[in-house]
Design a protein around this ligand. Structure first.
Ligand code: PGA
Length: 249
């Protein structure tokens, strides 16, 4: 397996007013005192991007968004473009999270269009995929994620900086995680689908695991073959928990 630097990204979802900015400051301070051996990113809600950019300025923690519109500008009430995120200080953007796919009806094609927009704005996309519990129980996990990779990754990604995040929907926010064998099986299938889609360009990008990652399970998950980092929801809101995961990486 490649020994590339792992990426640990925190997804604050629709949280972060108040205490979490202080948590971000604590995280930056801790990481300045004890350099992390991995890349660390925080993805706050869009309105906090600029404030977070100031908190994280000159520090080791990268900044990301949680979604963007596929178009560069126009009559899209309520939406934020990739260029707007970049202008506010973001360097990465999470796209196709299962909460967007399920709650906002985003298809693989929608996600692929957003990836193009992110690349055009110079953002590094983190493209999320993952099966539902019903799909897992029907033995379709590998088939589902392979289809999502084929549909959500535009061929323009080849040679660009990006990550894929495998997040089983049933593991998100539930405390449940797949077995290490299941994670290894799906990550291998995701890598194969990336190479099928992008050729050699599909070999380098890290495949993050996401879904109930916490300090107590991070080390064993991050040691699985082809796990190139973690996408962390709940545990990214507390500096101490997030630091525990970063130390494991
Ligand atoms: P969780 O969320 O860590 O709270 O399970 C992960 C995610 O949705 O990215």
């Amino acid at each position: 397996m490649k020994q590339s630097v792992k990426l640990v990204a925190g997804n604050w979802k629709m949280n972060g007013l108040g205490a979490s900015l202080g948590e971000a400051e604590a995280l930056v301070k801790a990481l300045q005192e004890q350099a992390a051996a991995c890349r660390v990113a925080l993805c706050p809600p869009a309105t906090l991007t600029e404030r977070m950019a100031r908190v994280l300025a000159d520090g080791p923690v990268e900044l990301g968004g949680q979604d963007c519109h596929a178009e560069a500008s126009g009559a899209f009430t309520g939406s934020v473009s990739a260029a707007m995120l970049a202008d506010a200080g973001a360097e990465l953007v999470i796209l196709g999270h299962s909460e967007r796919r399920a709650g906002f009806g985003e298809s693989d094609a929608d996600v692929a269009a957003k990836v193009e927009a992110a690349l055009a704005a110079g953002l590094e996309p983190i493209i999320c995929i993952g099966e539902t519990l019903a799909e897992r129980e029907a033995g379709q996990a590998v088939e589902v994620v392979s289809r999502q990779v084929a549909g959500s990754l535009p061929s323009s990604l080849s040679g660009k900086a990006f990550a894929v995040a495998y997040e089983p929907v049933w593991a998100i926010g539930t405390g449940l995680t797949p077995t290490l064998e299941q994670i290894e099986e799906v990550h291998a299938a995701v890598r194969a689908a990336m190479v099928a889609k992008l050729g050699e360009g599909g070999r380098v990008a890290p495949i993050l695991y996401g879904g109930s990652v916490k300090p107590s399970n991070a080390a064993e998950i991050l040691a699985v073959a082809e796990v190139g980092g973690a996408l962390v929801g709940g545990a990214s809101l507390k500096a101490e928990d997030f630091l525990g995961i970063i130390r494991a990486a």
